[in-house]
Design a binder for this molecule. Structure first.
Ligand SMILES: Cc1ncc(COP(=O)(O)O)c(C=O)c1O
Length: 414
């Protein structure tokens, strides 16, 4: 049977977070027996319940006549209009709810389908269309490009470039590595970044828009974490705060992270008309929209006081939990003074102790010994080797328990 499936799919790995989930399930009985029941800090899925308003509205609409039917693929009008209001608040500019916004079954679905729409699939790596992606970056980007028959070329985000790489230099490096820069179709940026929590300046966004215009490539801004910024920290910007960005850019948003709605699968893309239109057309052949009660609830939380308050509280919680963990790692000998924990997202990106040869060796050891589930840094790109990512998404008690276990089990920075 296997040979019947296309070669792109055959070259795919199961998504790293699912691999980790399966391994966690396999180890659960053994870990539980030794008082180390798994604490999952791998996926970016906060444990807290979504806002009460969202739950109430889903319940209410689930019981309302006519809510069970197919929905408009691009999103019901009330949702698209609420998104237009939200984007106007963020950027000061108008978005046409019919042509410049499309609802998504989570931003992952939208990014993957847009990438699919851009690439002419080729098997030989040097013939492939290229999507520039951040390295380290969201683990799915590379695989989404690969399964579409393209090549995801990682642009290093480093402390030296302040996580805002020189894009012309990246293009030159691409050529030096033997790839054709004319094959570049799009650039993906993601600020605040998963896994680093790094943010970028408005000036950098301005340069990025200019770069994409100059080279005629689509700018894909993944803003999944844009609202997750700690109090007093510099705010993250939408690419549409830059004049003329709609000519080259689309931006992806998610309800998953700010409202803990990861399982309810809803997000949106907005911006360039052609890109949004093509994505909508592609989606019309492969999906049939989002369950109406979820669209209703999402549209009601979006510009509400309750929603804004929820995000504010969530950010305070993430900051508190980050402090518990960073204090703990300091006690365990990690060089926290040099690390500068991020002031955005709910991720913590730390070096592995020197005695380990690889990130995977370390995260496997911690999982098998202490039941603490984290992700090896190389899952996010070649630049992630030697690091690991911890999602600070469990409860405060569990975060304290993590540090306690690491101490008891001797995971010191040595
Ligand atoms: C950077 C980034 N973008 C997009 C997503 C996908 O989010 P969703 O599909 O739940 O909207 C994630 C999820 O972890 C992410 O980290």
């Amino acid at each position: 049977m296997k040979e019947l499936f296309n070669e792109y799919v055959q070259s795919l790995e199961t998504y790293i977070m699912i691999q980790i989930k399966m391994e966690t399930a396999r180890l659960t009985p053994e870990l539980t027996a030794k008082n180390r029941a798994p604490i999952s800090l791998s996926m970016g899925a906060p444990v807290e319940r979504p806002p009460q308003l969202v739950t109430d509205k889903i319940m209410e609409y689930a019981n309302t006549e006519g809510m069970h039917t197919y929905t408009l693929v691009k999103g019901e009008n009330y949702l698209l209009e609420a998104i237009a209001v939200n984007m106007k608040k963020r950027t000061g500019i108008d978005f046409d709810s019919k042509s410049e916004i499309c609802a998504l079954i989570g931003s992952k679905e939208g990014i993957a389908n847009l990438i699919r729409a851009l690439i002419n699939p080729k098997f030989d790596i040097k013939d492939r269309d290229i999507i520039l992606i951040p390295d380290p970056g969201y683990a799915s980007y590379k695989e989404m490009v690969k399964v579409s028959g393209g090549f995801g070329y990682g642009i290093p985000l480093t402390k030296e470039n302040n996580y805002m790489p020189d894009l012309e230099e990246a293009l030159n490096n691409l050529e030096k590595d033997g790839y054709d820069k004319k094959k570049v179709k799009a650039l993906v940026i993601n600020y605040p970044n998963n896994p680093l929590g790094a943010i970028c300046t408005k000036e950098y966004l301005q340069k990025t828009v200019e770069f994409c215009k100059k080279h005629n490539i689509l700018l894909i801004s993944d803003a999944a974490y844009i609202d997750l910024t700690f109090e007093g920290a510099p705010k993250s910007h939408s690419v549409f705060e830059i004049e003329g960005a709609k000519d080259v850019a689309v931006e992806f948003y998610s309800f998953s992270k700010p409202y803990s709605m990861t399982g309810w699968r809803i997000g949106w893309v907005c911006g360039n008309k052609e890109a949004v239109g093509i994505l909508g057309k592609l989606k019309s052949t492969i999906d049939t929209g989002i369950y109406k009660p979820i669209q209703k609830a999402a549209s009601e939380i979006l510009n509400s006081k309750e929603g804004d308050e929820y995000i504010k509280e969530a950010n305070k919680r993430f900051e508190r939990k980050q402090k518990i963990v960073t204090d703990g790692f300091k006690e365990l000998g990690w060089p926290m003074d040099k690390i500068n924990p991020p002031k955005a997202t709910f991720y913590l990106w730390l070096p592995i102790p020197p005695k380990y040869k690889s990130a995977k060796e370390f995260t496997d050891d911690v999982m098998k010994t202490s039941g603490v589930v984290m992700v090896p840094g190389n899952a996010f790109g070649n630049n992630g080797e030697g690091w690991f990512r911890m999602s600070i998404v469990a409860s405060e008690e569990q975060m304290k328990e993590v540090i306690k276990r690491l101490k008891e089990d001797g995971f010191y920075f040595e």
